[in-house]
Design a protein around this ligand. Structure first.
Ligand code: ZN
Length: 211
């Protein structure tokens, strides 16, 4: 575990990132996917944290902007789940090789390579969660090269943040400093080297990455 993210100016080392797929209806429609009857989860390893090296891969890389949470303590199946499981909130980009993912999906194969590659998960600094924050109405947006591409709120999630944790620990125990990516709203598209990504989680944080 050598890759880190920053939480309130300190480096922390996530062992894994647990991601939610298909969590916003309009995004499910834009990719012509079915609305799932249960949560779709996948994992990106610590080695995926960073910026993608576009030249290294044969496939175009697409962005998905997502509200991301930093886990504050170890959480296992059967534990009580409340807002204290999260210590931080940040903005994350779930990079995806969409054409490879489609190819693998069509063959019924795992889409690991399209999601868990090096540089497949990029994060802002994580901030402490204000104590009275309503986790079910967090507004956020992503601009690329000045153009608004994604804007939504956790109120549109099919599975809300604490339900996501309950569903995750049925299969995967969480460790302190693991990250949960809560899924992307509509407006995904291709990313390019040199793009300027400007993100905002309303009243919490804003910033930018240059790819
Ligand atoms: Zn995603």
């Amino acid at each position: 575990m050598q890759n880190y993210v920053v939480f309130e100016k300190e480096k922390v080392y996530p062992s894994k990132i647990v991601c939610v797929g298909r969590n916003y209806v309009k995004h499910i429609r834009e990719l012509n996917n079915e609305i799932p009857d249960d949560i779709v989860l996948f994992i990106k390893p610590n080695s995926s944290i960073g910026k993608p090296e576009f030249k290294r891969y044969d496939y175009p890389i697409h962005y998905e902007g997502e509200i991301s949470f930093l886990v504050g303590k170890s959480v296992k199946y059967g534990d009580i789940i409340d807002a204290s499981v999260f210590k931080g909130i940040g903005f994350g980009i779930d990079f995806t090789m969409r054409t490879l993912q489609k190819k693998l999906k069509e063959k019924g194969l795992p889409w690991e390579k399209a999601k868990a590659f090096d540089g497949g998960a990029l994060f802002s600094e994580f901030k402490s969660i204000p104590t009275n924050m309503n986790l079910e109405n967090i507004e956020f947006s992503l601009r690329i090269n000045g153009e608004l591409k994604q804007t939504s709120s956790s109120s549109y999630m099919l599975f809300k943040p604490l339900t996501i944790v309950k569903k995750i620990v049925e299969f995967f125990s969480l460790d302190e400093n693991d990250i949960i990516m809560t899924g992307t709203p509509e407006g995904v598209g291709e990313a390019h080297r040199g793009d300027l990504f400007e993100y905002e989680i309303k009243d919490i944080l804003s910033g930018s990455f240059k790819l």
